[in-house]
Design a protein around this ligand. Structure first.
Ligand SMILES: *Cc1c(COP(=O)(O)O)cnc(C)c1O
Length: 477
């Protein structure tokens, strides 16, 4: 490597020094560390070999089709899809969900030509934001059905009440991200099937860990009425970011996600996913990881994750003032305040997350949400356990306990409702500048603000914040 090349990489290293650690189990969201350095190295090598390939055209680059086929066969087997199950390898859960929603919308329109009614996606309120985003992009109405704040899920009948003629898709999560709780997949799928509505199971986070998790009720493509499923390779598939699987059991529904165009003077276009030209690097990396691990490798990694999850659950159960929400199945937990203990024993989950961060572990704060029926999902702090958590279990457990001790009895922070409207709000641009300069962000304050403000307003603040945080420096005067 030339000296100049070294300098380029050294500069990247200085940028990377700002990042949260991706390995070692200190960040309990965003990253899914298998703890196997050789697996990461293999993924990197595989990615490098296809660096110049364009995934746009598998007829020119058949390796793309071959790797994708291997991944789809593996996913179909572990998720119990019937033999005719088709699908795609996408860039991530959001794209898999986008395509599932698109296919359902297109199928609805194909079978009811000329019907211009507003169409809907019906999901529990805990369904991932990606469904809201898909509905937004695709001109659909997102109907969120309240879940029981105690359990984090709902009876299938409650969701079934909202399924109507204009519903293109019913959704169940396995598990839902916020609380790690499984929806009643069988009940929701049966209710949808009865009405001729497709049912998508969002197993983005669960898809490559629940197949080996003990005591899980049926949730995959073996359940009658489930027509599609999303499972992220870049979560518990342990592949680098940029890979997810969408499986669709009905070939007509599967075809409906494609986009083809012959109505322009360029090359004939047929895109199975959202992008045109696309990297094959994340596909090859995921393919290498899955091929190397196989079902046996996933079973072994899952055993470790299940053990550490149950140990962390015991730690949290033993902390006065906190409680796990509902009955999570899988490696995700949401922790909230235990309302049954006196005020001076209660622990605010966001203050707790901040105290635990000071002790070296990054947890993820989730704001309270008022549902359509007025019930409130309390604020929580989210933890995702991974194989890397196993090696730091003692340290993590100690941080969770002593972090709670640090803040027990403190009054929870709430943002004041802005008396004078927007002029009273913190300036998101100033917040972003401060965060960029100090590398620190007062997350509990941000979350409290989100809980207080009308949703459209808090969403706009987030946009202003991120735009300012990522803005390129302004040019020279
Ligand atoms: C992560 C996740 C998604 C979205 O996936 P991205 O890969 O972040 O786009 C969707 N649903 C669930 C349940 C998830 O955990």
């Amino acid at each position: 490597m030339s000296e100049h090349d070294e300098q380029v990489l050294a500069r990247l290293d200085t940028y990377r020094a700002h990042d949260a650690p991706t390995h070692g189990g200190r960040v309990l969201s965003y990253v899914y560390d298998s703890g196997l350095a050789e697996l990461d190295a293999l993924a990197g090598q595989a990615a490098a070999r296809v660096q110049a390939v364009n995934g746009l055209d598998p007829t020119t680059f058949p390796s793309v089709a071959l790797m994708q086929a291997d991944l789809l066969v593996f996913a179909r087997e572990v998720l119990h899809g019937p033999p005719a199950t088709g699908g795609a390898v996408t860039s991530g859960g959001t794209e898999s969900i986008m395509l599932a929603v698109l296919a359902a919308r297109e199928r609805w329109r194909q079978t009811r030509p000329g019907d211009g009614r507003t169409l809907r996606v019906v999901a529990p309120s805990t369904a991932h934001a990606a469904f809201h985003k898909a509905a937004h992009y695709l001109g659909l109405e997102m109907v969120t059905v309240p879940v029981d704040p105690r359990t984090g899920t709902l009876e299938a009948d409650r969701l079934a009440e909202h399924l109507d003629e204009t519903t293109v898709l019913a959704v169940a999560s396995a598990p839902a991200y916020p609380h790690g709780v499984l929806d009643p997949v069988a009940g929701i799928a049966a209710a949808a099937a009865e009405r001729g509505i497709p049912c998508h199971v969002d197993a983005c986070v669960g898809g490559f860990v629940l197949p080996w998790w003990e005591g899980t009720p049926p949730w995959d493509l073996s359940v009658p009425g489930v027509t599609s499923i999303s499972a992220d390779l870049h979560k518990f598939g342990y592949a680098p970011k940029g890979a997810s699987v969408l499986l669709v059991t009905d070939p007509a529904l599967d075809r409906a996600r494609y986009y083809a165009l012959t109505d322009w003077p360029g090359y004939p276009v047929v895109n199975p996913t959202v992008l045109g030209s696309r990297s094959a690097m994340s596909l090859a990396a995921a393919w290498a990881v899955v091929t190397r691990l196989g079902a046996q490798g996933y079973a072994e990694l899952t055993a470790g994750v299940a053990g550490v999850t149950s140990a962390v659950r015991q730690v949290v159960d033993g902390i006065p003032g906190l409680q796990v929400v509902g009955e999570p199945i899988g490696p995700l937990l949401a922790v909230g305040t235990d309302p049954a203990v006196p005020d001076h024993v209660q622990v605010d989950p966001h203050a707790w997350a901040q105290a635990v961060a000071a002790r070296g572990f990054v947890l993820q704060g989730q704001p309270a949400l008022t549902q359509a029926d007025g019930t409130v999902l309390a604020r929580t702090t989210h933890l995702t356990l991974t194989p890397a958590s196993v090696g730091v279990l003692d340290e993590l457990g100690a941080a969770l306990r002593t972090g709670a001790d640090d803040v027990r009895g403190q009054a929870p922070r709430h943002a004041a409702a802005p008396a004078d409207g927007p002029t009273d709000l913190p300036d998101p641009v100033a917040l972003a500048r401060a965060a960029r300069e100090t590398g620190e962000l007062d997350l509990p304050a941000v979350l409290a603000l989100i809980e207080t403000l009308p949703r459209a307003q808090s969403a706009r603040l987030l946009v202003d914040f991120l735009a300012a945080f990522t803005a390129p420096p302004t040019g020279r005067a």
